[in-house]
Design a protein around this ligand. Structure first.
Ligand SMILES: Cc1cc2nc3c(=O)[nH]c(=O)nc-3n(C[C@H](O)[C@H](O)[C@H](O)COP(=O)(O)OP(=O)(O)OC[C@H]3O[C@@H](n4cnc5c(N)ncnc54)[C@H](O)[C@@H]3O)c2cc1C
Length: 431
């Protein structure tokens, strides 16, 4: 009897999940597990929780959905809480497994955890096998090694689009053989040291975690509303559910994979028509891939004040008063304040808003950008280690911006993107 553990992390789906696919193919029985890593609920050196209420709530919903979907195929999800190196090894011994299958990590802390689990498992002759399952392009299909990945997005995109193809999706399993798995046992938000989320009816969208909801959103944005057909024109919007796809939260926890989205867009294009907008969403997914490879290339540097730049970039020191005003939407700019309130009250902010508030923190307030990134890490429902830290470094001028630094004129941006003040009125005066 060959038994394996499937260690779910930020790949909370059955469809297009190579980790699950390979585990089933190589084992007689699989044991799906999720470990609430205590480290993910600690306070960081910047003074923020690594995971805030909104993302934790979305995670819990995603795990409920994953368990339900696994049970439909005869399996279920075991949930543990603690240090993965200890908890996963305990389960590996308990179920006498030969292998643990998991997603490959690339960022510093995640890699460290992966290595600790791997080393601990080795002591019991158990092997950790990982698969790169979170990007649009598979790393083996890139025409360059990680260390030679171009540092400029356009160079990266042109080479990849010319030389690489996107793989098919891994089919959803038809049967999952597992030993008997008891009913799902999840920690509450309070047990995680967090509070209940209150839904703000002004939120752009009511995010609900899970693969089922991710697929619903995908169908809604494509064939139900055809919002995708005008994405390029609307993507800089700030109000409402359809100015952009809102796929980010489901992508961040792996309820959707970028390949699932890509193939759904291709199907949409074949059925209806392709245009600049349908391409542009794939273009944006390439930004996501780009930052994954950048994080892979510089797994430590993106968390340092000078980012990937060798020459120092001088920022003012952290100033708690100025920072708190930024965080709580009490700066001198009503445009920044409206965006920061949206983030605080909903866990989401548009891309336009994120660029502006980040630029304002770095270049107007001249604060250490890493505090902004750490606050986003706590607060964002769609927090993703590469997308967050690489975008922050980009705006701060210590990342992949080929122009060095681009400073946003927030007043001009407010006039261009919120001319009639509807966005500001929504968040500042419509309490
Ligand atoms: C300072 C800052 C921090 C950010 N932090 C995160 C983060 O933690 N997690 C996150 O997913 N995105 C982050 N982004 C990128 C972007 O703002 C969000 O992906 C986007 O706003 C999510 O909304 P959407 O899914 O409707 O995007 P859409 O416009 O519909 O884009 C579709 C998808 O493309 C990808 N994408 C789009 N823009 C970017 C980008 N600039 N970088 C990487 N991927 C992109 C996302 O996966 C997104 O879901 C950040 C941007 C900035 C400027």
């Amino acid at each position: 009897m060959k038994r394996s553990i499937v260690w779910f992390k930020t790949d909370l789906r059955l469809n297009d999940n190579e980790v699950l696919f390979q585990a089933i193919a190589q084992s007689d029985e699989v044991i799906p597990i999720y470990c609430f890593d205590d480290a993910h609920f600690k306070t960081t050196e910047f003074g923020f929780k690594k995971t805030g209420n909104f993302r934790a709530q979305f995670l819990i919903e995603s795990l409920i959905d994953l368990d339900k979907n696994l049970r439909a195929f005869g399996s279920g999800l075991i949930v543990v809480k603690g240090n993965p190196a200890i908890e996963i090894c305990k389960l590996a011994q308990q179920f006498k497994v030969e292998k643990v299958f998991a997603k490959t990590e690339i960022a510093y802390e995640e890699l460290l955890t992966q290595t600790k689990v791997e080393n601990q498992l080795k002591k019991f002759n158990c092997h950790l096998e990982t698969f790169a399952s979170s990007t649009l392009y598979h790393p083996n299909d890139l025409p360059f090694s990680v260390k030679d990945t171009p540092n400029i997005f356009t160079d990266f995109r042109k080479i990849v689009e010319r030389a690489s193809t996107i793989r098919d999706i891994f089919p959803q399993p038809t049967q999952i053989k597992s030993p008997s798995i008891g009913s799902l046992n999840l920690p509450s938000l309070h047990e995680l040291g967090l509070n209940d989320c209150v839904f703000d009816c002004r939120a752009a969208i009511e995010f609900k975690g899970g693969e089922t909801e991710g697929n619903k959103r995908l169908n809604y944005y494509l064939s139900e509303t055809h919002a995708i057909a005008s994405y390029k024109e609307t993507r800089n919007g700030m109000i409402g559910e359809n100015y952009s796809s809102k796929f980010s939260a489901w992508l961040a926890l792996g309820c959707l994979s970028p390949k699932i989205i890509y193939h759904a867009i291709k199907k949409y294009e074949a059925q209806y028509s392709s245009n600049e907008s349908t391409y542009w969403l794939i273009f944006e997914l390439l930004w996501r891939d780009f930052f994954v490879w950048m994080m892979s290339k510089y797994p430590v540097e993106f968390f340092k004040i000078n980012g990937i730049k060798k020459t120092g970039f001088i920022f003012s020191k952290h100033n708690i008063n100025l920072f708190e005003r930024w965080k709580n939407g009490k700066t001198e700019s009503d445009f920044i304040n409206a965006n920061m309130l949206e983030l605080k009250l909903t866990g989401f902010m548009s891309n336009r808003g994120r660029q502006n508030v980040a630029s304002y923190l770095c270049h107007d307030l001249k604060l250490d950008w890493r505090y902004g990134a750490a606050y986003f890490e706590e607060q964002l429902i769609d927090y993703d280690v590469s997308s967050n830290w690489c975008n922050w470094a980009y705006v701060a001028g210590v990342g992949n911006n080929p122009r060095g630094i681009s400073i946003f004129n927030v007043e001009k941006q407010a006039n261009d993107y919120d001319k009639n003040k509807s966005y500001r009125n929504l968040w500042l005066y419509n309490l």
